[in-house]
Design a binder for this molecule. Structure first.
Ligand SMILES: Nc1ncnc2c1ncn2[C@@H]1O[C@H](COP(=O)(O)OP(=O)(O)OP(=O)(O)O)[C@@H](O)[C@H]1O
Ligand SMILES: [Mg+2]
Length: 510
């Protein structure tokens, strides 16, 4: 009898045109956190959806707490065996209350009616077990931050007595404080004997919670070991893990290139928009990448949305190449040469039900119908555009006709970037461009950013990952509470200095 609570052996799974899993193994122990690592499209989410009964395997053996699973496993059975999953893209019912979400499909009734009082009570108890006392069970989930929604998902998992908890990229949209809080809860679950699978592309954070590592590549199992073995006990030594994920060594994680600073491209003067954009002024020059740092909620995204015409401006001026612009909608911004790759790819960046082709072609219809008096699509131009996006970003897909929503998270992000590369813009704003993107693909995106910079395009990136914003920008503006609180030279600063500006609330009280 092994001391594994879950074993998966020789698992295979094929989707039309893609072999997502090819002879994969996974072994979980009680009270330990297993990091499941691999590039975008490696098959991590697919493997975990099989374990939780969302997808059925083509072949292979699964044993959960000594029960060998004969035939297909469905979500109800997986739950009954103690497996819970928090999906990569949270899927809660935004308009339902916290308690209603926690008891969805397993509602408590009394005399044929919903027993809301009892469900609320139990919801509060479960949250309290996680040390969370300030979430109202009657609050609509949509009113909570993503971090809080995740806490609700974890509490929900505990409610079904999960002994195996899968967390698929839980940290990718959380603030630093929320990540710290989540880690605390993971440690608590661990102490309670829960086996946890933790999927993340933020390799720097693993050492806080991870005991074991399984690495996959291209749907195949590569290796398994303890985190200490693989890093030689030094969490900074991730080279071995990265090399096994990627299949080759990554020598330079942040390949910033120095380009002479040219003339001023964009000038934003005294921009005000709502509460989180207050008197924001800055300039972007040719040959530089301008980074925006700050805590979640500092107003960086709001600033970019106001510039792009996605939100209403209260006052302020935007000049491009010295000429004042009138931006009243995203369409008008795009036509005048400013584009934005938004942070929430599922909500704003992609039409998940449309094909990859349509996602790339749609915002560029002006280009692919150019010269046609009837607005007919020039198939050749369109094909070239798709091909260029696909090859310059190595999007992993069967073909351009598949639904964008079926791509792995990271590959979806690449499609968002691809559609903007297709047009000649003066300024490209990237809001969290590498969220959920694997280490090698990040480097590809940084290289594209370098390329744009060399071509004289003004590049602005908003990033919550300090190593990234420090590694790829030429100048960093720090925001706090809707205002610019500092500007630093990334070659000559520290994380501490940036955090000092990022938390300068006092100066903003006025
Ligand atoms: N429902 C689906 N239909 C078709 N193909 C799919 C489906 N789900 C996943 N795939 C494909 O299976 C492969 C593995 O995808 P998966 O989502 O498991 O990757 P991942 O390792 O989780 O990547 P990421 O880190 O980007 O989230 C990809 O090529 C993906 O496009
Ligand atoms: Mg995934």
């Amino acid at each position: 009898m092994s001391d594994y609570v879950v074993t998966m052996e020789h698992i295979t799974k094929t989707f039309p045109g893609v072999k997502a899993l090819d002879d994969v193994h996974l072994h979980l122990k009680a009270g330990r956190v297993m990091a499941l690592l691999g590039e975008n499209g490696a098959g991590k989410s697919t493997l975990m959806k099989i374990l939780s009964g969302v997808y059925t395997r083509d072949s292979g053996e699964i044993t959960i707490f000594g029960n060998k699973i004969e035939g297909d496993l469905n979500t109800k059975q997986a739950q009954a065996l103690g497996v819970a999953i928090i999906h990569q893209e949270l899927n809660m019912c935004q308009h339902l209350s916290v308690a209603a979400n926690m008891f969805l499909g397993r509602e408590i009734t009394k005399g044929g009616r919903l027993d809301n009082a009892e469900m609320n009570k139990q919801a509060v108890e479960q949250l309290a077990k996680l040390g969370i006392h300030d979430i109202d069970p009657d609050e609509a989930v949509g009113n909570l931050t993503v971090g809080r929604q995740q806490m609700v998902e974890i509490a929900k998992a505990l409610l079904i007595n999960a002994k195996v908890l899968v967390m698929d990229e839980p940290s990718s949209s959380l603030s630093n404080a929320e990540i710290t809080e989540m880690f605390r809860i993971v440690r608590e679950l661990k102490a309670m004997g829960t086996a946890i699978v933790y999927i993340s592309h933020r390799l720097q954070e693993l050492h806080h919670i991870v005991d074991d590592v399984t690495i996959m590549r291209d749907g195949k199992y590569i290796l398994e070991g303890t985190f200490d073995e693989l890093t030689g006990g030094n969490p900074d030594h991730m080279d071995k893990i990265i090399a096994n994920m990627v299949g080759h060594e990554v020598t330079n994680q942040f390949p910033r290139e120095d380009v002479p600073k040219g003339k001023k491209i964009l000038e934003v003067k005294h921009l005000n928009a709502g509460k989180l954009v207050r008197d924001v002024s800055f300039e972007v020059y040719e040959g530089e990448v301008l980074g925006f740092s700050g805590l979640v909620g500092a107003g960086r995204t709001e600033t970019m949305r106001a510039i792009f015409g996605a939100d209403v401006k209260d006052s302020g001026e935007i000049l491009l190449d010295g000429k004042p612009l009138n931006i009243y909608s995203p369409g008008s911004a795009i036509r005048q040469g400013i584009v934005l790759a938004p942070e929430d790819r599922k909500k704003e960046g992609l039409c998940t039900k449309l094909s990859i082709r349509d996602n790339i072609a749609l915002p560029n219809l002006d280009i692919i119908t150019l010269g046609s008096p009837t607005g007919r699509i020039n198939k050749k131009t369109e094909n070239e555009m798709i091909e260029k996006g696909k090859s310059s970003l190595t999007i992993k897909m069967a073909h351009a006709e598949v639904e964008a929503g079926s791509l792995s998270g990271g590959n979806q992000q690449k499609v968002v970037v691809a559609k903007w590369l297709a047009r000649q813009s003066r300024v490209i704003i990237f809001d969290e461009p590498t969220r959920g993107i694997d280490v090698a693909a990040k480097v590809e995106i940084y290289e594209i950013i370098n390329e744009l910079k060399k071509q004289g395009v003004g590049v602005v990136i908003v990033s919550s990952e300090l190593p990234e914003v420090m590694g790829i920008s030429d100048r960093i503006i720090v925001m706090c509470n809707g205002k610019i609180t500092g500007e630093v030279d990334p070659r000559n600063t520290t994380e501490e200095e940036i955090m000092t500006y990022a938390t300068r609330f006092g100066d903003n009280a006025a």
